[in-house]
Design a protein. Sequence first.
Length: 215
Amino acid sequence: MIQEQKTFCRLCDIGCGIPVVVLAGGQSRRFGSNKAFAKINNKPMLDHILDVVRDSGSEAILSISDPVEFADYDYPKIFDPDPELRSPLNGLLASMRVLPGYFLALTVDSPGIVPEVLERFMQDAVGETGRPVVAGDDRRIYPFPGVYHADNIDEFEAAYCSGDYRLTELIASMNPIIIPLDEIRAIDPGLRSYVNINSPEDLADFAGSPAVSAR
């Protein structure tokens, strides 16, 4: 459920466009602690992402499992239906249950995301009727960042109930709009938007890169 229904309705009423759901409900087992709060340049990874969402002109919503951990974040919150489920399908399904249309989803472990990439995904959602928007190449599709729609809830509910949490296969079965990865590379040459932080070593490598050090 969403924590503050009145707050969410206010976001819709002001016509802010497609909201951005930050999926932050994972257990971070490989990382050893909640990586949402792991610091890059003395700022939590989650804060880096929220800054990018703000710079893109969008409103952020947090998809989480534990409200206590995120009590200091004054954002609308959606709670995962199964806190023990280690799959981003958890947060996507929770979002479809409460959001009325399109939303852009990204994971909390992708602090290299840039506003221009978010804006590019939102462009393809305009005028469409529920098709997911993801990036891809000849080898695979990339679920995040991606744009999803509440009209797809039946497919996601079915996958959830069957225990089939393979997100890439589910999206591929839904006739998604696929943005060529080379097109994303033209916006984000190093594809830093697709770098995921899964371990302290990943964090150290990312934090020490020139692009981050310059922030």
